[in-house]
Design a protein around this ligand. Structure first.
Ligand code: BES
Ligand code: MN
Ligand code: ZN
Length: 476
């Protein structure tokens, strides 16, 4: 159930919908006949013109009544127009169509931001008879120069919606095999090739982390490998690695219900990797991109891994599993080591709902980026700001590295004595051990992968955070 709202870019024309959205920035920029002068109206409603404000006015239209949504545009930056688009789309809920006029100087990036915000806010996910009732059609009548940007916004919004759909799907339906099937479907319709690694092949090649995490579940693990190889490739190779835990109960280190009830979204990073790979051809990306999703269900059972077990990762590194709830890093370690060994990328970016600690540090607005490269961190932070998926750089504190020492194995999967704190940092340090010194960044999206409310471009539940960011980074 992705975005059912249609977007129509109509070139300059007067709309005939019974709902008309017109910007105000103190002055009215489109000609509609209002019952009272616009300034008086806005003053009456104490409207300041901020993005996210809407004043709804009934106006005569022949014998009928039309409604005009006067919407604020704030400073009219893409960021503000994205928010304005989301607000207008929400106000138009349940209506067949809304005709939209944008500020005269919005520019192509303004148009695309508005379109993106409006589509993302129209996303619904509902299982059962009661359907979401988003606006049927959003009509943008704008200059021809904005058409390509609006089309790009549509691709970004639909890719984000796919990531939301995958993450919102309940784990009764979504197991590793299901996720792999969805990835194959996406690949088939987007010029991407797919290889699904089943448990026997994973065992043969030594993917001990993915297998250990998955062994407690009746639904066996998979690794999804998606390859985008454009004909006119520019010669560089990026590998994206996603955490694909289709449900995280904690395993034998069981979570309490409060911490478990949202854990169907613990594959949000993997969902982003699948949706990003699915959008590359449409966006004309010329970089070779490989996506890896390490998919497993983390369950307690008689076959589950135990605290104290030692596992051997792809490439031979041994890890003492002192907490089975620190499972994301175990599945990612295999995929990162495989990427380094076989795929030989120029850059690796992993994305994962890795630690509750990052939600404490950065809250629900900012994702975290850890990186071995200052350039890469800067590129990603900048793409984050442009795309609407903002990142904050976090440090790989070398002094905390002893947290991962183990008495019996090469590494331990947690700071077992809690000597160092900084749970998101030690998790990132753990991942770094498997990157072979390559140009690498780790995105911890545990705080931002879900929204607690319908708010701006976000809808309650999965956000798809990282999709727009990575697509912006790969196209920027
Ligand atoms: N999937 C969780 C992290 C998470 C927490 C994501 C809250 C979204 C919201 C991860 O697998 C986990 O359980 N991490 C543990 C690590 C700990 C055992 C070192 C955590 O954060 O508590
Ligand atoms: Mn966990
Ligand atoms: Zn997890």
């Amino acid at each position: 159930m992705p975005i059912e709202t249609a977007l129509r870019f109509t070139g300059p024309s007067a709309g005939d919908a019974d709902l008309l959205a017109v910007p105000f920035d103190g002055d009215l920029t489109a000609d509609v006949e209002l019952p009272v002068p616009v300034r008086a109206l806005l003053a009456h409603h104490e409207a300041k013109g901020e993005a996210g404000e809407v004043v709804e006015i009934p106006v005569a239209h022949g014998d009928e009544v039309r409604r005009v949504l006067l919407y604020g545009v704030g400073d009219a930056t893409p960021r503000a127009l994205r928010k304005a688009g989301a607000t207008v789309a929400r106000r138009a809920k349940g209506r067949p169509a809304v005709d939209v006029t944008l500020p005269k100087d919005a520019g192509a990036s303004g148009w695309s931001a508005f379109a993106e915000g409006a589509l993302l806010a129209s996303y619904t996910f509902k299982i059962g008879a009661s359907r979401g009732k988003a606006v049927g059609e959003i009509r943008l009548s704008g200059p021809e120069e904005a058409r390509a940007a609006v089309e790009r916004a549509e691709v970004l919004a639909h890719a984000t919606a796919l990531a939301r759909d995958l993450a919102n799907t309940p784990s009764s339906e979504k197991n590793p095999a299901w996720l792999a099937e969805r990835a194959v479907e996406v690949a088939e319709r987007s010029g991407v090739s797919a290889k699904i690694w089943a448990p026997d092949e994973l065992a043969e090649r030594g993917f001990g982390g993915i297998l250990a995490v998955g062994r407690g579940s009746v639904s066996p693990p998979r690794m999804i490998e998606l390859s985008y190889e454009p004909a006119d490739a520019d010669g560089s190779h990026v590998v994206l690695v996603g955490k694909g835990i289709t449900f995280d109960s904690g395993g034998l280190s069981l979570k309490p219900n409060e911490g478990m009830k949202a854990m169907k979204t613990d594959m949000a990073g993997g969902a982003v990797v699948i949706s990003v790979l699915g959008a590359l051809r449409d966006l004309g990306v010329r970089t070779r991109v490989t996506g890896l999703v390490a998919a497993a269900e983390n369950m307690p059972s008689g076959t589950a891994q135990r605290p104290g077990d030692v596992i051997t990762h792809y490439g031979g590194t041994t890890v003492e599993v002192l907490n089975t709830d620190a499972e994301g890093r175990l599945v990612l370690a295999d995929a990162l080591a495989y990427a380094d060994d076989v795929l030989e990328p120029d850059t690796v970016v992993d994305i994962a709902t890795l630690t509750g600690a990052i939600g404490i540090a950065l809250g629900r607005e900012l994702g975290a980026v850890f990186s071995s490269s200052d350039d890469l961190a800067e590129e990603l932070v900048s793409a984050g700001a442009t795309s609407g998926d903002p990142l904050w750089r976090m440090p790989l504190v070398q002094e905390y590295r002893p947290a991962l020492d183990s008495n019996v194995a090469d590494l331990s999967n947690i700071d077992s004595e809690g000597r160092f704190g900084g749970g998101a940092v030690t998790a990132a340090l753990f991942l770094r051990e498997f990157t072979g010194g390559r140009r690498w960044a780790h995105l911890d999206i545990a705080g931002v992968a879900r929204s607690t409310a319908d708010d701006g471009v976000q809808t309650k539940g999965a956000t798809g955070f990282g999709t727009r960011l990575l697509l912006e980074w790969l196209t920027g």
